[in-house]
Write a protein that binds this ligand. Structure first.
Ligand code: NAD
Ligand code: DAU
Length: 339
């Protein structure tokens, strides 16, 4: 059996990866280490919590004794755990530094003393390149993160690389574009807009709505991680992108079409501070390993709308039952002026 440690496996991407990997690899035994912050939910692991090849451990990646023990038991570490929402990093960046930078350092330092470790996959992000005026970011491009979240992730990304270059920790870095799919916390634009549309509530579109993101179905991200574990070079970086560059206003219109709601629900509001205009990655390097995205954006978005429509029992307790989420929503959008 291959022992795999997945940090942040109760979050959106991590839980999709745990489910996908248990199905794809009958010889993998996965431990999920997750603190269960506001974004981590055991419900996301429905269907695998009782799997004898899966173990859930609630804990903080920055807790050296716990993280160290689990890293030393693993042959493969896939490190997703992070604070991930840009808007929250604008309100308060401390937890981003603590988890994304310091927590990553704790894991890496444990990995130095883990002789059985074959892979340490650092889940980074395309946001580390900063805004991309034209062309597509390549792995060798300069990192120019422009908000506290992406700067924290850039710190972790380069810290992970330094542990390869200095100590030979078997690190490979993956920089993916915007993921979408089931179990994404409804603070991110796609689940927020789908669920607001279902409830016929306004869709708060930042600024002029012409900011561009490259949408990647979470299953395509899972397959990319798997390909990198199998064939990626240690000490290297791989971009992953869906090849679906869409302006936010077009995304919003598609969501309204799919939910059968009117465009009058679009509510242009004051822009995000420091809002990156566009992300776009060149994926030539991972394509050479045999990876390409499979999920067409139209089909993936329709399936995602269908998932949220049939899983109100998953998101209503967050949006309606969770006082902390309601406070967040009020602070973020309550007094926000029209654009
Ligand atoms: P998410 O916010 O849905 O989940 C994050 C998970 O990490 C949660 O389960 C949370 O409980 C856990 N966590 C947070 N702090 C922790 C700590 N100190 N110790 C242990 N667990 C902790 O995030 P996501 O969107 O699934 O993103 C996962 C990773 O993928 C992140 O590293 C993110 O930067 C990266 N990423 C995400 C996207 C995307 O579009 N979602 C794109 C590229 C990269
Ligand atoms: O690019 C990868 C990154 O994608 C990941 O590293 C981050 O963890 C993930 O959160 C995501 O960051 P973004 O800031 O791009 O995602 P978000 O869903 O917050 O916003 C997507 C776009 O939608 C962005 O241009 C801002 C806009 N937006 C977002 C929200 C929440 C709105 O117009 N209105 C909103 O209410």
């Amino acid at each position: 059996m291959v022992d795999v440690l997945v940090t942040g496996g109760a979050g959106f991407t991590g839980s999709n990866f745990v489910r996908w990997a248990l199905a794809a690899h009958p010889d993998w035994r996965i431990t999920t280490l997750d603190k269960l912050t506001y974004a981590g939910r055991l419900e996301n692991l429905a269907g695998v919590l009782d799997d004898p090849r899966h173990r859930f451990v609630q804990g903080d990646i920055a807790d050296a004794p716990v993280a160290g023990r689990l890293v030393r038991e693993a042959a493969i570490v896939v490190h997703f755990a992070a604070e991930t929402h840009v808007d929250r990093s604008l309100q308060s960046a401390g937890t981003f530094i603590q988890t994304d930078v310091f927590g990553t350092f704790v894991l890496l330092d444990a990995a130095r003393q883990a002789p059985g470790l074959e892979r340490f996959i650092q889940i980074s992000t395309d946001e580390v390149y900063g805004t991309v005026a034209s062309g597509r970011s390549r792995e060798t491009d300069e990192l120019r993160p422009r908000n506290p979240y992406s700067a924290s992730k850039a710190g972790a990304d380069r810290l992970a690389y330094s542990y390869w270059a200095t100590y030979g920790v078997p690190v490979t870095v993956i920089r993916a574009s915007n993921n979408y799919g089931p179990y994404q916390f409804p603070e991110k634009v796609i689940p927020l807009f789908i669920t607001n549309a279902i409830d016929e509530q306004p869709l708060p579109l930042y600024g002029d709505g012409m900011h561009v993101r490259d949408w990647l179905h979470v299953e395509d991200h899972c397959r990319a991680i798997d390909v990198v574990i199998a064939h990626g070079e240690r000490g290297e970086v791989y971009n992953v992108g869906g090849g679906n560059e869409v302006a936010n206003v077009d995304l919003t219109r598609r969501i309204l079409e799919l939910t059968g709601r009117p465009t009058s629900l679009i509510r242009p509001v004051t822009d995000r501070q420091g809002h990156d205009r566009r992300y776009a990655v060149d994926t030539t390097k991972i394509a050479a390993l045999g990876w390409a995205p499979h999920v067409p954006f139209d089909a993936g978005l329709a399936a995602t709308v269908a998932w949220y429509t049939t899983h109100e029992d998953w998101w209503r307790p967050i949006k309606e039952g969770d006082a902390a989420f309601r406070r967040y929503y009020q602070a973020q959008y309550g007094g926000r002026a029209p654009a």
